[in-house]
Design a binder for this molecule. Structure first.
Ligand SMILES: Cc1cc2nc3c(=O)[nH]c(=O)nc-3n(C[C@H](O)[C@H](O)[C@H](O)COP(=O)(O)O)c2cc1C
Length: 328
């Protein structure tokens, strides 16, 4: 059991925030697969403070889960301590999530050029001020999500972690890559292990977990308190359950069949249409559907057809026919 300043967490398996992926429709699916702790996509502190409607839609959540009470973290990005504090206050008052996370890892040019995300890794004092401002503003546990540093010559994760903990962070999630790497190369689990070994609060290891075995290996190699899944759950919510069952019971689950994958893809499509409406859901669902069917027979042909579709009924019919074909 993990304890983040009073927030009790049973599972060691966290699901990472992913912009454009871990939205409300997909989070509902992830809950069904046993995700105890989920995060919203990253949310602009500036957008929240300015009352931007689209920013608010990113936060919508519920806590239902078939496994136990689900927890949700709202991830904020920004670099102005006052604006971050104000945004956190709004989030706490209006949404009452279980925790607030601060994004110090996003490598996107648009984000770092404004001083947000992984740009904060170059400024430990500022990262500390942002963390402290958010911690002071709310009664919720505050976590930070970081990378190792800007580039390999500037590894600042040790310093940033220490500063964040000093400022009151309840846990630190570490993606074992630098900003310069984006998603290339391998995540450095040894670096995560080094930081975890001297950190006073739980460290959650992140980077390159694509199977339940990877999850166990990361825990063994890093001695982290928990692990965080990201790209591994794209089109693959089964990984949450597979990781949990493997870590908690030592059992390997049978991988999903082709029909199971299409069934969940259809359910996901329904939830996306319900939440966004058809016009917005269709383009968003194209990538998810491509992930669900990846590796199945004739997937690229089906993907090409999906990419040309504009109507939910066409997508649904294609998926149902594909399911019948795969199950024959
Ligand atoms: C499409 C995509 C969107 C992401 N969006 C966010 C985000 O909003 N906030 C964040 O902290 N990290 C974000 N990340 C980073 C992931 O949370 C994670 O740290 C990274 O993918 C490394 O884990 P992995 O190797 O298991 O994918 C994103 C990653 C991807 C691939």
């Amino acid at each position: 059991m993990l304890n983040l300043d009073g927030l009790k967490i049973n599972s060691q398996v966290f699901v990472a925030p992913m912009a454009g992926v871990t939205d409300y429709p997909y989070r509902q699916i992830l809950r069904e697969f046993g995700a105890e702790v989920l995060f919203t996509e990253m949310v602009s502190s500036q957008g929240l403070v300015q009352g931007n409607r689209r920013t608010r839609k990113l936060i919508h959540f519920n806590r239902q889960t078939g496994v136990e009470e689900g927890k949700i973290g709202v991830q904020l990005f920004g670099a102005d301590p006052d604006i971050m504090a104000e945004a956190a206050t709004i989030v706490e008052a209006e949404y009452q999530p279980d925790l607030i996370d601060i994004n110090m890892g996003c490598p996107a040019r648009k984000i770092v050029n404004s001083g947000y995300g992984s740009a904060l890794l170059q400024k430990p004092a500022k990262a500390a001020r942002v963390t402290e401002a958010v911690v002071q503003a709310v009664n919720l546990p505050v976590t930070v999500k970081i990378r190792l540093g800007w580039d390999e010559e500037n590894i600042t994760a040790d310093e940033i972690t220490e500063a964040a903990v000093e400022a009151g962070a309840s846990a630190v999630a570490i993606h074992g890559r630098t900003r310069k790497q984006f998603y290339s190369g391998e995540a450095d689990w040894q670096a995560i292990a080094r930081i975890a070994s001297s950190c006073e609060v739980p460290v959650i290891g992140n980077g390159d977990i694509f199977s339940a075995e990877d999850a166990r290996e990361m825990l063994a190699e890093t001695s982290c308190a928990g692990i965080m899944l990201a790209r591994g759950i794209q089109g693959n919510p089964w990984l949450v359950k597979e990781s949990r069952v493997f870590l908690e019971e030592g059992k390997k689950l049978t991988p999903p069949g082709a029909g199971d994958k299409i069934s969940i893809a259809l359910k996901h499509l329904d939830k996306a249409i319900e939440f966004y409406g058809e016009k917005k859901a269709i383009p968003l669902m194209r990538k998810h559907l491509a992930w669900y069917i990846k590796g199945l027979s004739h997937a690229s042909k089906v993907r090409n057809r999906i990419n040309k579709m504009e109507q939910q009924q066409d997508m649904r019919n294609l998926l149902l026919n594909y399911k019948n074909y795969l199950e024959d």
